[in-house]
Each structure stands twice: as C-alpha cells, then as structure tokens.
Design a binder for this molecule. Structure first.
Ligand SMILES: Nc1ncnc2c1ncn2[C@@H]1O[C@H](COP(=O)(O)OP(=O)(O)OP(=O)(O)O)[C@@H](O)[C@H]1O
Length: 244
C-alpha cells in the first residue's frame, strides 16, 4: 500500500519541527525512518496516525487523503508506539481482546488471530500469561501481534527497539522484516541505530525536521562514498550514531 507525503510542515506553537516534507514509502517493503533524537520521527508518526492534526500539506495512503477518508485509512494502519501501551497485569489475550473489540472483532476472531500471530513468534503457550512475566523482546512482539489483529496493510513502528539488548533488537528487526513477506505489509520502522538497516532498505533520513535523504541504503553508501551505513549516516547528519 503506497503512502505519500506532500509539503508537510508542522509547528508546536511557534516552533516549526517539520519542514516541507515530501516523500513516499515503498509499498510492500521495509522503509526506515532514520534520525537522531529530536529529528521529528515521533511527530511524523503522530501525523500519520492522526494523534496530531495535519496543519499544512497532504498525506495520501493508497490514493485516500488522510483528511477526507480518515476512517478507511485508520482501518488500514497498524501502529506500535515508542512507549509500550500494554497493561502488564492483564494476560496477553486480554491485552489483545480490547484492541480487537475496538476494531469490531468478536472474541473468537481475536483469539484465532492472536494464536495465529503468536504461533509465528513461538509464543502460543504464553496466551494466558500476564504480560509482566514476559521479557522485553516478547512484550514488543505482543504489541506487534496486537497491531496486526485487524489485518492492516501498513505497519508503523516508532523506535520499537528502544530499551532492548542488541541481540533482541536484531531478532525483532529480523522478525518484522519477515512480516513484509508473509503479510505483504508496507512497513515504516523508525530508529537511530544503523545496525538495524540494510543497503536494500528504502531510507528516509530526517534531521531537525528536514529530509536529508530519501533513497536506498545502497544509494546512501554511494553518495557518501562509504562502506558502512553508520559512517554514511554520520556523514550526512554530521552526527555520531548514539546507542541508547
Ligand atoms: N508536545 C511538544 N511540544 C513542543 N515541542 C515538542 C513536542 N513534542 C516534540 N517536540 C519537539 O519537536 C521536535 C521533534 O520531536 P520528536 O519527538 O518528533 O522527535 P524524534 O525524532 O521522535 O525524537 P526522539 O528520538 O527523541 O523520540 C523536538 O525538538 C522536540 O523537542
């Protein structure tokens, strides 16, 4: 499913934090939104999910304008926010049931779909466990399963690997990539960590609200005449990569 932004600007009060953003995402593929802290990644996700209202410019998802067809667009989006929104004292299934109900799914549908997604993650046996008992990587996977319950065409993930150790981060990244193939999803993964990115990915590099680059990782390597994406990122943003 294609996503296109055209001349999007955004201000918090008088402070402009997104500047004239025009780009599109590769349909059915892994798109990486890269940028250091404060670049505007979360603001952009908030506009796409309508948590913030668009002030100027337009966002189109598969020919639908976000302002004109918000319901249809929201039904086609799945979102994993930067801060976890799971209730730790509810079971995995209970966390999913509420979300399913919001999307008009019956309990049985939720259970079937939840089992389907959790099986893919080898977590079927944790359906009735409290989320509190899961490790960080598994909690993130449960959030992804929840975001996929209503079978969206687009999955937006806002820095999903924050707080995870390197191995868990990379496993999660690998898993999400496999979803592009199994679900035909258009994926937007935001991060500031270059080891989560591959040369074949479509990259959008944002810094201080300006789009610095929009093309493949391989094109970024060629543009900066470097061999490592981390060096290329450093060169284009003028910043060293920060690991949190
Ligand atoms: N509610 C707000 N009011 C005022 N300024 C804000 C607000 N939210 C974010 N900002 C500012 O907007 C800019 C972009 O922030 P945003 O959170 O979108 O960036 P980000 O790339 O997601 O950063 P991070 O990686 O730290 O989450 C920053 O300068 C931030 O301080």
């Amino acid at each position: 499913m294609s996503i296109e932004l055209n001349a999007v600007n955004f201000r918090y009060g008088k402070r402009q934090v997104l500047h004239d953003l025009t780009f599109s995402l590769t349909a059915g593929g892994f798109n990486a939104l890269l940028g250091p802290n404060g670049a505007g990644k979360t603001t952009l996700i908030s506009l796409l999910t309508r948590l913030l209202a668009l002030q100027s410019g337009s966002i189109k998802i598969q020919e639908d304008d976000l302002r004109q067809a918000p319901r249809r667009i929201m039904a086609s989006l799945g979102v994993v926010f930067q801060q976890s929104t799971l209730d730790l004292d509810l079971s995995v299934l209970q966390n999913l049931e509420y979300h399913g109900a919001l999307h008009g799914l019956s309990r049985q549908q939720v259970k079937n779909r939840a089992l389907e997604e959790l099986a893919r993650m080898s977590l079927s046996d944790r359906l009735n466990d409290k989320v509190r008992s899961l490790n960080g990587g598994h909690r993130r996977r449960v959030e992804i399963a929840r975001a996929l319950l209503h079978r969206p065409k687009v999955l937006l993930l806002d820095e999903p690997s924050v707080g995870l150790d390197t191995r868990t981060r990379l496993e999660l990244n690998e898993y999400v990539r496999s979803l592009c193939e199994t679900h035909g999803l258009t994926l937007l993964w935001t991060t500031h960590l270059m080891d989560e990115i591959r040369p074949e990915d479509h990259l959008l590099v944002l810094n201080k609200g300006h789009l610095l680059f929009a093309n493949s990782g391989a094109a970024l390597l060629s543009l900066t005449n470097t061999h490592l994406l981390s060096d290329a990122f450093e060169q284009i943003t003028g910043l060293r990569e920060t690991v949190t």
